[in-house]
Design a protein around this ligand. Structure first.
Ligand code: ATP
Length: 530
C-alpha cells in the first residue's frame, strides 16, 4: 500500500478484531439494539385499547382514523360505509330510547301491595323496624284507648274498584247501598217533573193572543202509559169540564139544539154551512157506531166564518173550546213552514194524532190553511180518516177532523153572484148547487194540497161545507155583535160608518166584502178609543 493515500479502514478488518472478546461483542450488539429500540418512534397507545383495557383490532382504530390520515395508505370505502350504517342504527336506537318509556305493566296498586308484602314478611321474620318498635311501645294508658279489631272502622280501606274510580274522578265513591240509590233516583225524577212543570207554566204565561194555547208547536204527547194526573204539570187555568162533557162512552150527549142556537145567533149569512154542520156534527155525535172519524172540509172567502164555526163546534163539545186539551189546532204556515222538513213533520203529526186519540177518542183536530199544506202531510193524515176499526190498536172512529181552506172560494163566489144577479135570494142557494162545483174546483186547484193528495179521490171527506161571501148587511150584523160584546149601546150611525169603510167586490156591483167580517173590529177601535 502506498504511503500518503488514506483509506478508510473497516474496523473489523483491523488487526485488533481478532483481539476482541466475542462475549464483549455480543454485549455491544445488544446494547446497540436496545439503543435502536429506544430511538424508534413509538406508535402510541390506542385510546380505545386504553378504555377497554385490552388489545383492540385494527377495525377499531378505523373509528378514529377512518380515512387513514394518521397512518396513510388506501382508504377502505366498504368499511367506511358499513361503519356509517352502524352509526345510523345507533342513533335511531338512541332516539327511540328517549322517546318511549318502557311498559312495565305495573299498576299503582302494585306499589302498595309490594309495601304490604315487605312489611308482612318482615313481621314473620320477626324483624321490626325501629320506628314500628317505637310505635308499638305503648304505656298502659294508651292501651285503654285501643279499640278491638272487630269494631274498628277502616276509612282507609281501598278496593281495586275504588282506586280505579279515584284515578278517574279524583273523588272516592262510597257505596251507600241499593236503598240509597233508589231514593236518589226517585228524588231526581221528582226534580225533573218539577222542572218540566215550571217550564210548562212559564210557556203558558208567555202566551200571546196570536197563538192559541193548544197549538201543537211543541208536540207534547199525552202519555198513555201512566196516569197523567200524577205527574201532570199544574195547569194555571185548569180546564173545567162541562157539566157533562162529551167523552167516549158517555150516555149524555150535547144537545143538538144548543148547537143550533149558537149557530143561529152567532153565524150570519151562512145558511148552507149552518145546515151542513148542524146535521153532520149532531148526527155524528149521536151515532154510537161510527165507521170512520167525521171529516169536514170548510171552504170559502176570507173572513166568512170558517174558524169561527170551528170554534163554535169545539165549544159545543168541550167546555174549554179551542183551549181544551182535546181540541188541537194546526196552522199550515205556522206549524209546518219548511217544505224540507216534511218527513219530520209527518212523523210528529202522526205521533201527535195517535197519542191524542189514544188519550181521548173524541179528539178534535182543526187544520187551518189546508190549501197551503204540503200534500205529503195531508197524505200522512189520510190513514186516520179511513174506515179502519183500529190502527196499531187505536180507534179513530170517534175523532173529528176539520179542514179549513180558501180553495174553491172563487167558485162559491161565482155561484152566489149568479144568484144575486138573477135577483134571487142567497138563501135560495141549495147545497147541491155548490157542493159538486166545490169538490171539483178544489180537486182541480193545482195550488191546493188537496189536489195533490188523494183525500178527495178516496172519498175521505164527509162534507164539503161552503161559506158564502158576506154582504154589506152581514158586516153590519158583525159590528153590532162586537159593540155589544164590548159593552156599548149599539150606535147605528157608527155601524153604518164602519160598514161603509169596508171594500167590496166585484168592482161594478160592489156586493161582497173582500175581507168578510175580519177587519171590522179594528175599524171599530177608531170610534171607541178607550
Ligand atoms: N159569518 C159570520 N158570522 C158572524 N161572524 C163572522 C162571520 N164571519 C166572520 N165572522 C167574524 O169574523 C172573525 C173572523 O172570521 P174567521 O176567522 O172565522 O174567518 P175565516 O173564514 O176563517 O177567514 P180565513 O179564511 O182568512 O181564515 C170571526 O172571529 C167572527 O167574529
Amino acid at each position: 500500500m502506498r504511503p500518503g493515500k488514506t483509506f478508510r479502514k473497516h474496523r473489523g478488518d483491523s488487526d485488533s478484531d481478532s483481539d476482541e472478546d466475542p462475549e464483549e461483542v455480543r454485549l455491544k450488539l445488544e446494547e446497540t439494539k436496545e439503543v435502536q429500540s429506544l430511538r424508534r418512534r413509538p406508535k402510541g397507545v390506542s385510546a380505545v385499547a386504553l378504555l377497554v383495557g385490552e388489545k383492540v383490532q385494527e377495525e377499531t382504530t378505523l373509528v378514529d382514523d377512518p380515512f387513514n390520515i394518521n397512518t396513510g395508505g388506501m382508504v377502505d370505502m366498504k368499511k367506511i360505509k358499513e361503519r356509517n350504517k352502524d352509526r345510523i342504527n345507533e342513533e335511531e336506537d338512541l332516539n327511540l330510547g328517549t322517546s318511549f318509556s318502557a311498559e312495565t305493566n305495573r299498576r299503582d296498586e302494585d306499589a302498595d301491595m309490594m309495601k304490604y308484602i315487605e312489611t308482612e314478611l318482615k313481621k314473620r321474620k320477626g324483624i321490626m323496624e325501629n320506628e314500628e318498635l317505637k310505635v308499638k311501645l305503648k304505656n298502659a294508658e294508651d292501651c285503654l284507648y285501643e279499640l278491638p279489631e272487630s269494631i274498628r272502622v277502616s276509612s282507609a280501606k281501598k278496593t281495586e274498584e275504588m282506586l280505579s274510580n279515584q284515578m278517574l274522578s279524583g273523588i272516592p265513591e262510597v257505596d251507600l247501598g241499593i236503598d240509597a240509590k233508589i231514593k236518589n233516583i226517585i228524588s231526581t225524577e221528582d226534580a225533573k217533573a218539577r222542572l218540566l212543570a215550571e217550564q210548562q207554566n212559564k210557556k203558558k204565561d208567555s202566551e200571546t193572543s196570536f197563538v192559541p194555547t193548544n197549538m201543537a208547536v211543541n208536540y207534547v204527547q199525552h202519555n198513555r202509559f201512566y196516569h197523567e194526573e200524577l205527574n201532570a204539570p199544574v195547569r194555571r187555568h185548569k180546564e173545567e169540564p162541562k157539566t157533562r162533557p162529551l167523552r167516549v162512552g158517555d150516555t149524555e150527549k150535547p144537545e143538538p139544539e144548543t148547537l143550533q142556537k149558537d149557530l143561529d145567533s152567532k153565524l150570519f149569512g151562512q145558511h148552507l154551512a149552518k145546515k151542513v154542520i148542524l146535521n153532520a156534527v149532531s148526527g155524528f155525535i149521536s151515532n154510537p157506531k161510527t165507521k170512520k172519524p167525521l171529516t169536514l172540509s170548510l171552504h170559502g172567502w176570507t173572513g166568512t166564518g170558517k174558524n169561527f164555526v170551528s170554534k163554535i163546534i169545539a165549544e159545543h163539545i168541550y167546555e174549554g173550546g179551542l183551549n181544551s186539551d182535546y181540541v188541537h189546532l194546526f196552522v199550515a204556515t205556522l206549524h209546518f213552514p219548511h217544505a224540507g222538513n216534511i218527513t219530520q213533520y209527518k212523523d210528529q203529526l202522526q205521533l201527535w194524532i195517535r197519542g191524542n186519540v189514544s188519550a181521548c177518542a173524541r179528539s178534535i183536530f182543526i187544520f187551518d190553511e189546508m190549501d197551503k199544506m204540503h200534500a205529503g202531510l195531508i197524505d200522512a193524515i189520510k190513514p186516520f180518516l179511513d174506515y179502519y176499526d183500529l190502527i196499531d190498536g187505536v180507534s179513530y172512529q170517534k175523532a173529528i177532523f176539520i179542514f179549513l181552506s180558501n180553495a174553491g172560494a172563487e167558485r162559491i163566489t161565482d155561484i152566489a153572484l149568479d144568484f144575486w144577479r138573477s135577483g134571487k135570494q142567497r138563501e135560495e142557494i141549495k147545497l147541491k148547487d155548490v157542493e159538486q162545483a166545490l169538490s171539483v174546483s178544489v180537486f182541480n186547484n193545482k195550488n191546493s194540497g188537496f189536489w195533490h193528495s188523494s183525500l178527495i179521490d178516496r172519498n175521505l171527506i164527509d162534507y164539503f161545507v161552503p161559506f158564502l161571501p158576506l154582504e154589506y148587511k152581514h158586516l153590519k150584523m158583525c159590528i153590532r155583535v162586537e159593540m155589544k160584546s164590548r159593552g156599548y149601546e149599539v150606535d147605528e150611525e157608527i155601524v153604518t160608518r164602519v160598514a161603509e169603510e169596508m171594500t167590496f167586490f166585484p168592482k161594478e156591483e160592489r156586493v161582497f166584502s173582500d175581507k168578510g167580517c175580519k177587519t171590522v173590529y179594528t175599524k171599530l177601535d177608531y170610534y171607541y178609543d178607550d
